[in-house]
Ligand binder design. Structure first.
Ligand code: ARG
Ligand code: ZN
Length: 465
């Protein structure tokens, strides 16, 4: 038997007994892992994004074989945190054949169902836990295309490929949580035949050459929506300059070589012009990419917009650069708020024309306002355009007119304070229309619900402003 001294010592060191927890049942989900939802419930793109986790980082290691096959061999490692106890989860993926999936280094079961990749890890992932999913795949990625959005996603070019994914095309080339609400940082390691170059979002790293290939490193260190991720592979004329310590890197396909200098100088001019109006430029680098596929649009890919098959004029550059503040840094929570991107970027074009004094946003507004109520610039209302018209005229033009109507009501001082407060308060995050209205009311001290209702949601042409 134990010596009484030792027993007393053991007793003194023991913790006080805790009262038993009250006998209430645990809330739903506790202890019973369930599959994450196949979508985030976006009003326009219900299966875009996935429930049950939050991605913090994508590491993209991708080897591109060349135009002959157009094939890639890629491993994408997704670092995420579970937001519920997960028995399984989805990624969005419409890319080529998957050869392996691991979760935290252990092989995981996986199955493809349309645009979804369903991953079942060996054991459940507890809420709050960080985990890493690695997906390896190989083959030839293809873009998606339809009448409404044109061709988007991974788009083959004459000498390589270029990525422009708005709204839901990122899954053509990456396994991804494809919704703007889930921003993450990205690291790109892209290997290409030695005669090609790679340009992507963010900051370039060293180029390593070995045998017949070269590997390019790019890093996007600010949170980024998946549709804003880009990689451009091909032959490019690359230029570098700087604006107040921010590197400006532009890359232009040889077919557009005469546009290279202009793209750089306009991008620089616009950055200097925009900072006093919208607040400090929100990212570590800037630039632009002109590649040959005739997309018929440009995309504000973060830090380095893509111009698809044309040499952009000044207005186009102003528009895509304005998106760096409005759309990229201040992102969307829901696609139905798309006017927060396109109305603002279009209004920036009007402000650019105002800067010379020869034209003004107010005059531009009045010219549009003179059009008949049946004009496509007025409908559908920009605050509820529906998915099919999310990039239609009314989102751009009536969206911009909404801002002119606001400016007219609250005056220049309050208006530009609203713009700068918006970019400061939601920097590198996401926001909604009700948040914008609340901010405008707070800064101006006025009731603005009726104005925004008339301009954003009314089915008819607003009667006055
Ligand atoms: N956000 C782009 C712009 O700056 C438009 C992208 C349209 N996307 C598409 N797939 N067509 O206006
Ligand atoms: Zn735009």
């Amino acid at each position: 038997s134990e010596d009484p001294g030792a027993a007393a010592e053991r007793r003194a060191a023991a913790p006080c007994p805790q009262p038993l927890p009250p006998a209430v049942p645990p809330p739903d989900g506790c202890g019973t892992p369930s599959p994450g939802a196949a979508g985030l419930g976006d009003p326009y793109f219900g299966d875009a994004g996935n429930g049950g986790y939050d991605v913090s980082h994508y590491d993209v290691a991708l080897a591109y074989a060349g135009v002959r096959t157009g094939a890639v061999d890629a491993t994408v490692t997704v670092t995420a945190t579970a937001t519920q106890d997960l028995s399984a989860f989805d990624l969005d993926f419409r890319g080529p054949e998957i050869t392996a999936v691991t979760v935290d280094g252990r092989e995981a079961r996986h199955r493809r169902a349309g645009r979804e990749l369903v991953v079942t890890p060996a054991g459940p992932i507890r809420a709050g836990r960080a985990f890493r999913v690695a997906v390896r795949y190989a083959g030839r990625p293809v873009p998606v295309g339809n009448k409404t959005f044109g061709s988007y996603g991974w788009v083959p070019s004459k000498d390589g490929a270029v990525v422009a994914s708005e709204p839901d095309g990122a899954s053509t080339w990456l396994p991804v949580n494809d919704h703007p609400r889930d921003k993450a940082t990205y690291a790109f390691h892209i290997t290409v035949p030695k005669d090609l170059r790679v340009v992507a979002n963010g900051r370039p790293g060293p180029v390593r050459t070995g045998g017949a290939t070269a590997t390019y490193e790019w890093a996007e260190d600010a949170p980024m929506a998946s549709y804003l991720a880009t990689v451009a592979i091909g032959r490019f004329q690359v230029r570098r300059t700087e604006v107040d310590g921010v590197p400006v890197i532009t890359a232009v396909d040889p077919a557009f070589r005469s546009a290279a200098k202009g793209l750089e100088s306009t991008t620089v001019k616009v950055m200097r012009w925009a900072a006093p109006l919208f607040g400090p430029y929100p990212f570590a680098t800037a630039g632009g990419i002109v590649d040959d596929p005739k997309l018929g649009y440009a995309l504000e890919t973060q830090e380095r917009p893509v111009y698809g098959g044309f040499a952009p004029d000044e207005g186009f550059v102003v528009h895509e650069m304005a998106h760096q503040w409005f759309g990229d840094s201040v992102g969307l929570r829901d696609w139905s708020d798309i006017w927060l991107n396109e109305g603002f970027a279009t209004y920036a074009e009007w402000l650019w024309r105002e800067r010379t004094g020869r034209d003004s946003a107010e005059k531009i507004f009045k010219r549009y306002y003179a059009l008949p109520a049946s004009s496509p610039i007025f409908s559908p209302p920009p605050g509820a355009p529906g998915a099919a018209k999310m990039f239609g005229f009314s989102v751009y033009v009536r969206g911009a007119m909404t801002l002119q109507a606001l400016r007219d009501r609250v005056g220049d001082k309050a208006f530009f304070t609203i713009l700068r407060t918006w970019t400061a308060e939601h920097r590198h995050s996401t926001a909604t229309t009700p948040q914008f209205i609340a901010l405008a009311e707070r800064v101006s001290g006025q009731r603005l619900t009726a104005l925004f209702q008339a301009w954003l949601r009314s089915e008819t042409k607003p009667r006055s402003w």
